[in-house]
Design a protein around this ligand. Structure first.
Ligand SMILES: [Zn+2]
Length: 160
């Protein structure tokens, strides 16, 4: 989803909700896409455009433990500010130092990229298919099985 920052948009200073429903290319190379849905709140005034909202996405993953494929539900918050103050080229550019976007008049804001970044950050590092993962019971000692045997020596010391 792109938002074109033209004269009319800045003059009317609108505030509206945009339905976002897209396949987001998480890696940027088409190898891993997540269907993402959000109701984004967009506000524009003469100097800035704000994009806010909660995104929910289903990202296909493979479990680290049992290698089963599953759909991970990812929730992420999008909260981006884009200053209308010039900026190079057609696309809004990201200013890492100030954590804002910059765009020139007639330029466009890549809302999909904002959603993509939020999802990538929110995605858990570990991929686990769920509670009943076969791999988890094989390789991870569960709490209900008692304390880790490696702590036995330590607890003996404590009991003396
Ligand atoms: Zn698993």
């Amino acid at each position: 989803m792109y938002l074109v920052v033209d004269e009319l948009l800045l003059k009317e200073r609108p505030s509206w909700t945009a339905r976002f429903d897209e396949l987001v290319d998480l890696e940027g190379d088409g190898s891993w896409c997540a269907r993402a849905v959000a109701d984004l709140s967009l506000t524009a005034d003469a100097q800035r455009v704000r994009v806010l909202g909660e995104v929910i996405a289903g990202a296909p993953r493979a479990c680290d433990l049992c290698l089963a494929h599953y759909l991970e539900t990812v929730r992420a918050s999008v909260g981006e500010l884009c200053l209308v103050d010039g900026g190079e080229g057609l696309e809004a550019s990201w200013d890492e130092d100030n954590e804002v976007w910059h765009v020139g008049l007639g330029g466009r804001i890549d809302v999909t990229e904002m959603v993509r970044q939020a999802l990538v950050l929110a995605l858990p590092t570990a991929a686990r298919c769920g509670e009943n993962c076969v791999g988890a019971t094989l390789s991870e000692p569960r709490a209900e099985r008692g304390p880790d045997p490696r702590w036995a020596a330590l607890s003996r010391l404590r009991d003396v």
